[in-house]
Design a protein around this ligand. Structure first.
Ligand SMILES: C[S@@+](CC[C@H](N)C(=O)[O-])C[C@H]1O[C@@H](n2cnc3c(N)ncnc32)[C@H](O)[C@@H]1O
Length: 430
């Protein structure tokens, strides 16, 4: 590299440029690990890709112009000799920059997904930048500790399930899935993960990356499908608020396993970011989450407008294509029985509800007051006697609970609200 470019581009200059680019990208990654563009595009593809291109160009040029024979590189002395060339040394440094950044981007995505607190994830990221493997190791230890804590928490949540003498779930005590728990004289429906039958664990594992729903709720959902199949409760499985389709995938898997015939599956969702809550009715938690998760830019006026960034920390909004892939490609459920209703509930339900027909399980997971109320008003009539109505966020958001209470009160309905875990409730239609 002599002449014009050769004078401009020296190993020292290359080192400075690649280092500066990497440093800026790392700062952005440490400060905004939850931004999808940063952790999935900028620091996972664009910057490492550019640096990799520099590396490939230099190594290619060096090899083409008679670099050290490969066998030299198999000895420390040979390596030292190769790195004595400043171009090779600068390229080797770029090699580090590329791989450290790809690992850093993965750590950022993983840490945000698992909810690792920002000081811990920042330490892991900074150390990955400064001393690659140390930061990586710290992240692995943190995530292992956190997963253990979550498993313990799930098990504890299962102990909080309140049981009524005539709880329909009592029927499952004799079922093989819960045999172990019965023998241990502990109450189902949510044993800890290692006590579940392998087939139940397997079903949950298959959809877990597609749902934000807690473990007790998933176990309970399988049980509800089993009961529908075992007791011949007719009707479709309907979920309003499917996100990436995990719960619907689980109902499909349970139907394939325990049912003799396929059911219609109805998926209602905007398949974009969630709409705004109404701060006057949905409560502090909803408002706080909008503030935190949209970095202060999301509205809380109850408008039917996607809240950009709301699901960034969970891997983005659920798309119709992701749902289709899960249900039709991975689970291979009969596509002719799957019905996607794309749009705001307020727009799709008035048009589509009647076509849904009888409902065996109505699962409402739209979080806010208006979403929950709209779904109940349009679909509840179609839930068959002994069918299940599940309210995922009954105790999470004030508005969700209020929607249910108002709906029941207006219709003079008295139902027994069963707890699944701290937030989720369900009732069986009388
Ligand atoms: C909490 S997520 C659902 C989680 C999902 N059930 C799972 O298994 O992880 C809420 C979903 O409801 C959707 N949603 C909420 N309100 C809605 C509305 N009014 N119309 C359409 N979709 C809505 C959001 O877009 C989002 O996909």
């Amino acid at each position: 590299m002599n002449g014009g470019i050769g004078n401009l581009l020296t190993p020292q200059r290359l080192f400075e440029v690649t280092n500066t680019v990497a440093l800026v990208a790392w700062i952005v990654l440490v400060v905004f690990p939850g931004r999808r563009f940063v952790s999935s595009v900028l620091c996972a593809i664009i910057v490492p890709g550019l640096l990799a291109a520099c590396y490939a160009a230099i190594i290619g040029w060096k090899l083409a112009s008679g670099g050290p024979p490969p066998e030299d590189l198999m000895t420390l002395a040979g390596l030292r000799a190769a790195f004595a060339d400043d171009w090779v040394f600068a390229a080797a440094w770029t090699h580090y920059l590329v791989f450290d950044m790809v690992v850093g981007a993965w750590i950022a995505r993983d840490a945000v997904r698992l909810g690792i607190p920002w000081p811990l994830r920042s330490v892991a990221l900074v150390l990955t930048f400064l001393a690659g493997p140390v930061g990586f190791l710290i992240h692995l230890v943190t995530r292992a500790a956190l997963r253990r804590a979550v498993a313990i928490d799930d098990a504890a949540a299962s102990q909080r399930v309140s049981v009524f003498p005539d709880d329909p779930c009592r029927a499952v005590a004799a079922d093989p899935v819960f045999r172990v728990m019965e023998a241990a004289n502990e109450w189902p429906p949510c044993p800890s993960e290692d006590l579940l039958e392998p087939e139940v664990r397997h079903m949950i594992t298959r959809i877990r990356g597609h749902t934000m729903v807690t473990f007790p709720r998933l176990v309970s959902l399988i049980d509800q499908v089993r009961q529908c199949e075992a007791r011949g409760i007719p009707g479709a499985f309907v979920e309003c608020g499917v996100w990436k389709g995990g719960c619907m995938g689980l109902m499909a898997l349970a139907n394939l396993r325990y049912g003799t015939a396929r059911r219609d599956l109805h998926l209602f969702d905007a398949f974009t970011e969630i709409c705004e809550p109404d701060e006057a009715i949905d409560g502090n938690r909803a408002v706080q989450e909008v503030r935190d998760w949209t970095h202060g830019v999301g509205g809380t006026a109850g408008r039917l407008k996607p809240l950009s960034g709301f699901y960034d920390a969970f891997g983005g909004p659920g798309t119709l294509e992701e749902n289709r892939m899960l249900l039709e490609r991975h689970i291979q459920y009969d596509a002719s029985r799957i019905h996607y209703h794309k749009g705001w509930f307020q727009d799709t339900l008035p048009e589509d509800a009647a076509g849904v027909g009888a409902i065996a399980i109505l699962r409402l997971d739209g979080d806010w007051y208006a979403s929950t109320k709209t779904c109940l008003e349009h679909l509840y009539e179609q839930v068959v006697p002994s069918g299940f109505v599940i309210i995922d966020d009954y105790d999470t958001y004030d508005g969700c609970r209020k929607a249910v209470e108002e709906f029941l009160a207006t219709r003079g309905l008295r139902v027994r609200l069963h707890r699944v875990d701290a937030d989720c409730r369900y009732w069986v239609k009388g």
